[in-house]
Design a protein around this ligand. Structure first.
Ligand SMILES: [Zn+2]
Length: 315
């Protein structure tokens, strides 16, 4: 469903299919044990949303991976992430309380915001999966039904309660993110109250219980900017595990143009023509949105090409 974002010639970061998740193996302890000890299996450590990465001699950034027999095993929580259909390699992530010390001179800790757009598609997908699981594991250690401490199961994809038997599954919070345009084809961009001066992006918000995603788009735009939205069209989605969101991207058409910001989430909102935005980016008056976000791609989709950078430098 990312075809509409291909006008820039680049896939949307963090959305790659990557490995075959092979979910049917998650409850098969014998299979998992054999996969873990297989010499071609690769393991990386995840802790606090970070992994170890290294820069290669030819200028790429990659995950630091080891065979399982080299992986640290104390307090082991391993997540089975899947199998590369191209070569059969099985991938695991190992959840640790801290990242191992520097494994060599080039290994360094990094989070998704920093390296999500630098890793190759398969490694980016592995990292997103592992970070999302680890976020959920870390925040759901106790049973929401009875309060007992839960234990990890299904190779990282379930937490079980030994007291009441409840099974808890990873949580994903749907959020809508939308580029709103008016009848003059100007784009509505807003600045959140906690963003620095000049940072503008698309509006966004969480879907509420019992609400359709289309209704959430219209409600959020009305609440945050006072603009009425009519037609809503789904474009693409992006996992955004900070800590557990799934961003659902839309193009939306306004039926009113007067802006009244709520002042709580959005401090300022403006209609930009393409020329307005180009001038504002190049002068530095407006800062471009975060590079790997779906927000940047929605704006590019409307803009028609990669966004200009401050000073007119190419991206
Ligand atoms: Zn329980």
């Amino acid at each position: 469903m990312t075809g509409r974002l291909d006008t820039t010639g680049r896939p949307l970061p963090l959305t790659h299919v990557g490995v075959d998740r092979a979910a049917h193996h998650r409850l098969d302890e014998a299979w998992l044990a054999a996969a873990w000890s297989h010499p071609t299996t690769r393991v990386f450590v995840v802790s606090g949303g970070q992994v170890l990465v290294q820069d290669t001699e030819d200028g790429r950034t990659e995950l630091v991976m080891t065979p399982a027999f080299d992986a640290p095993e104390t307090e082991m929580h391993r997540y089975f992430l899947g199998i590369d259909p191209a070569d059969g390699v099985r991938y695991f992530a190992l959840q640790k309380d801290t990242l191992p010390g520097r494994m060599d001179e080039v290994a360094r800790p990094a989070g998704l915001r920093e390296v999500g757009g630098l890793l190759d598609p398969l490694q980016a997908a592995l990292m997103v999966h592992a970070v999302a699981l680890e976020n959920w594991q870390r925040l759901h250690r106790f049973c929401s039904r009875c309060g007992e401490r839960t234990v990890i199961a299904a190779a990282g994809h379930i937490r079980r309660c030994p007291a009441c038997g409840a099974e808890h599954y990873p949580r994903t919070d749907p959020a809508v993110i939308m580029l709103v345009t008016d009848e003059e084809d100007r784009a509505l961009l807003g600045r959140q109250v906690h963003w620095p001066e000049g940072r503008f992006s698309t509006l966004a918000g969480f879907v509420e219980p019992g609400e359709s995603i289309e209704a959430a788009v219209r409600r959020e735009v009305l609440e945050e900017a006072g603009v009425v939205v009519g037609e809503v069209e789904y474009v693409a989605s992006q996992p955004w595990p900070f800590p557990s969101s799934l961003m659902l991207g839309f193009m939306a058409r306004a039926t009113s143009s007067t802006i009244t910001v709520d002042g709580e989430e959005i401090h300022e909102a403006r209609w930009f023509s393409r020329e307005d935005l180009r001038t504002a980016f190049e002068s530095g008056e407006v800062l471009p949105p975060f590079g790997i976000s779906i927000a940047a791609r929605l704006i590019e989709l409307w803009y028609g090409k990669p966004l200009p950078r401050p000073g007119g430098l190419p991206q």
